[in-house]
Ligand binder design. Structure first.
Ligand code: CTP
Ligand code: MG
Length: 379
């Protein structure tokens, strides 16, 4: 917002009783997070660079309490029996050519919305904030629906509403008594311009409006990480075939420095990748004699420990074994259970499937077995 605005007086009607809340005092004295409603509303304006006078309209009953609260930070006007009368009494103290009117019961006004109103007021004589309705609106009389305005043309109206001061005074002389906002009066003298309102800028009307809103817990996507791991080993004679820590009955086995468990290697790499922690070749090099013939389950446990140390938990692991032979159908549940046990998570978080490659490539021709795995981690 630019700064070359004439400062504007604001009238805050606060002379109601809050009957719909049902408290023993005016609802504006109820506490919302350490201060009362009217304190919060007034504080928006006393610290605003665009505001000249803050004119607080109070009932006779509340006047002393309001004066004790705000002292000479604000000007005081006496309220009337209706909001309309209260606003008219407040308008009598306005000294600026433009004026803002804002309900005392709307403490959540943002400086952005205030800025939008003030900015639009430099080129329009009447400005109000509006929001599109989300429910269909009906005009109902005597319990019967009379008409349905097109929803695209129906809007909820908020405050602050901004006006040319003299025009608003004239409007209030012409407007009928049952109007419920200031723009309804202004419509008798001129056109009202709209700017986008703000959903947080609610008018505290019923007790439930004071209760904290239930906000659904959305997963924090930043706390989730996905990693991919791929491994392949050659099938040779004279070696046991171990897949996912499970001994598979087959005349050939996988060749490798460790036990060559292609499944646990892919899972290990997926987890290391998800936690941005290099790969198993980096942590357990095949030049290191310690890892010769090593049980890959022990290496995977080390990977899990490193991952937990980095603050990540394992959400799930998905594994695809690429293998023409042997048929793994009967082993798949055993492999999933074995991986889950090594990872220390429940079996339903580990999914294992197997696929052939229609005899194409090294896995299809039976030269070796490959495995791909995806792991999801969360903080
Ligand atoms: N208001 C006012 N003078 C009145 C009536 C209302 O200044 N005679 C003010 C309220 O204090 C409130 C604003 O106008 O800040 C909006 O009115 P509303 O939300 O209806 O408040 P109350 O009239 O106090 O509540 P209720 O209608 O439930 O009694
Ligand atoms: Mg009211």
């Amino acid at each position: 917002m630019s700064t070359n605005f004439e400062k504007i007086d604001i009238v805050i009607p606060a002379a109601g009783s809050g009957s719909r809340v049902g408290a023993t005092t005016n609802k504006l004295f109820l506490d919302i997070g350490g201060e009362c409603v009217i304190e919060k509303t007034v504080s928006i304006f006393v610290s605003s660079p665009v505001v000249n006078r803050v004119i607080l309209v109070c009932s006779t009953q509340d006047m002393q309490r309001m004066r004790d609260m705000f002292g000479d930070k604000v000007f005081y006007a006496l309220g009337g029996d209706t909001r309309r009368e209260s606003v008219i009494n407040g308008l009598a103290l306005v000294t600026t050519s433009k004026v803002l009117i804002h309900d005392g019961a709307r403490p959540y006004l943002s400086s952005d919305l205030l800025g939008r109103i003030v900015e639009a007021l430099s080129t329009h004589s009447a400005v109000i904030p509006v929001l599109p309705v989300t429910d269909t609106i009906k005009v109902v009389e005597g319990g019967l629906v009379k008409s349905t305005p097109r929803r695209e043309t129906a809007y909820i109206v908020q405050t602050p509403q901004g006006f040319d001061t003299d025009e608003l005074r004239r409007a209030y002389e012409l407007a009928p008594h049952d109007i419920t906002d200031d723009a309804s009066a202004y419509e008798y003298v001129g056109e009202v311009y709209t700017v986008e309102g703000d959903r947080d800028n609610i008018k505290l009307t019923y007790l439930e409006d004071f209760l904290p809103k239930a906000t659904p817990t959305l997963p924090n996507i930043d706390g989730y990480r996905v990693g991919l791991g791929i491994d392949a080993h050659r099938l040779v004679e004279g070696r046991p075939l171990i897949l996912g820590g499970v001994r598979v009955d087959y005349p050939l086995g996988l060749l490798g420095h460790s036990d060559a468990d292609v499944v646990l290697h892919a899972v290990s790499d997926a987890i290391l990748s998800a936690s941005n922690n290099r790969d198993i070749g980096y942590h357990f090099p095949d030049t290191d004699e310690d890892y010769k013939g090593a049980d890959s389950a022990i290496l995977l446990r080390r990977v899990v420990e490193m991952t937990l140390d980095k603050g990540y938990n394992i959400a799930n692991v998905s594994v695809v074994i690429v293998c023409q032979k042997p048929k793994l159908r009967d082993y798949i549940p055993l492999i999933a259970k074995s991986i889950a046990e090594i990872l220390g998570i429940s079996t339903d978080k580990v999914s294992v499937s197997a696929t052939t490659t229609e005899r194409m490539g090294y896995a299809g021709e039976g030269q070796g077995i490959a495995c791909e795995s995806v792991a999801t981690l969360y903080r």
